[in-house]
Design a protein around this ligand. Structure first.
Ligand code: OGA
Ligand code: ZN
Ligand code: ZN
Length: 386
């Protein structure tokens, strides 16, 4: 009998021990010490067997495919061993042993699934009254606990400021790499936000930039965006942020048809210069499988002409105007000026950002930026929480 009970790097604390087990024709039903009953189908248990034959111990990845197990697999015996693990003997001679903490964390009785849904991290919507989460650069570099707090704020609030950073060009990469590797784009690993004569984006002028997400022109918009202030002697150029999820929620409430139009009708975003030509056709508001707002894609200065039916065109314009009108309402806007050594880090697929026009004649302004994908943020959080 093999003894593997867990095929994971995470730990699953025992919330309630197993107290009894009963074998039924197609499933095993366990009772927990807190009296919860959880069914586990034979196929499910065999599919998730963590033994060394079923999971390669080095990678902790599955070897077995359920199709190679008899469909009418039967459970001949079930017991709880002295360490509290669930042990099963199968009709094909295989044996499985499950860690009770893992089993409870993956139980799919109604109550357990409900519990997982409510415990899942929720986006905390904000408006102009946001208590801006501010973090200290050196603490983030030195202290994994501070780093985790920052990453959780990015995940759940989607807008943070870091103070006390160096002002040397390139230093942004040091703090970005505390999270993960940087996502390069045609604008570079780090991009320089400066007013330039040969600008390849409106971002590299002194114009105001309306509320937008970066790279809506890509199938996958970057998850995190950094904007690091190196020099800010110019008049104007304040940063503005809105919670795109809060705006989508307000639109859903105040004008459901406009909300639906922005979820349903795809819009093209374009980023073209002499050497590249990126285009992405997608709706402005993306919903997840549960119908919750999962992403905002928006940059008026990167938008192509609307291409929809004669009937839908007026509906799309009405919805688009409503959305932009909401982003201009003071109740949603957070406005701050960034000083040298400070940086913004925010969820680029949720928090829209903007810049007021600045006057390059009044002084220099130099920001550097970069991107990291959302998967990297979420993975880093889970590893830090281990
Ligand atoms: C950008 C941008 C903001 C700023 O470069 O995409 O939004 O404050 N810049 O210059
Ligand atoms: Zn096995
Ligand atoms: Zn931008």
């Amino acid at each position: 009998m093999n003894t593997a009970a867990l095929a994971d790097y995470r730990r699953y604390p025992l919330t309630s021990p197993l107290s009894a087990v009963q074998v039924l024709p197609d499933r095993v039903q366990v009772r927990w010490a807190d009296d919860r009953l959880s069914p586990f189908h034979h196929q499910w248990l065999r599919d998730n067997c963590p033994c060394a034959q079923c999971v390669y111990s080095v990678t902790r990845e599955q070897l077995v495919e359920i199709i190679d197990v008899p469909e009418d697999l039967d459970c001949l015996a079930a017991r709880i061993d002295s360490q509290g693990c669930l042990c099963l003997d199968w009709s094909d001679g295989h044996q499985s042993r499950f860690d009770p903490g893992w089993l409870r964390a993956h139980a799919y009785d109604r109550q357990s699934r409900e519990e997982r849904r409510t415990n899942k991290a929720q986006s905390q919507l904000w408006d102009s009254h946001l208590q801006l989460p501010v973090f200290d650069y050196q603490s983030l570099m030195d202290d994994p606990k501070a780093l985790l707090q920052w990453l959780l704020a990015l995940r759940d609030i989607g807008l943070t400021q870091v103070r006390g950073a160096p002002t040397e060009p390139g230093s942004l990469a040091l703090i970005a790499r505390r999270i993960a590797f940087i996502r390069e784009s045609n604008f570079g690993v780090l991009f320089n936000v400066q007013s330039k004569a040969d600008a390849d984006s409106n971002a590299y002028t002194a114009f105001n930039l309306p509320l937008h997400s970066d790279l809506p022109t890509r199938e996958l918009q970057p998850g995190l965006q950094f904007l690091h202030c190196l020099v800010n002697d110019a008049e104007g150029g304040e940063s503005i942020f809105v919670d795109g999820f809060a705006i989508a929620q307000a639109l859903r409430h105040e004008d459901p048809d406009a909300f639906r139009a922005l979820c349903e009708i795809p819009v093209e975003f374009r980023n073209k210069d002499r050497h590249s030509d990126y285009r992405c056709l997608a709706p402005i508001i993306a919903l997840n499988a549960l119908g919750d707002v999962a992403e905002i894609r928006m940059a008026n200065f990167l938008r192509g002409p609307f291409d929809t039916t004669e009937q839908q065109m007026p509906r799309l314009y009405r919805a688009y105007r409503r959305f932009i009108a909401l982003t201009r309402e003071a109740r949603f806007r957070v406005i701050r000026r960034l000083d040298p050594g400070q940086l913004w880090c925010f969820d680029n697929r949720r928090t829209l950002h903007a810049r007021n026009a600045f006057d390059p004649a009044s002084g220099a302004r130099h920001f550097q930026g970069c991107y990291i994908d959302r998967d990297e943020l979420l993975s880093r959080i889970l590893v830090l929480q281990r």
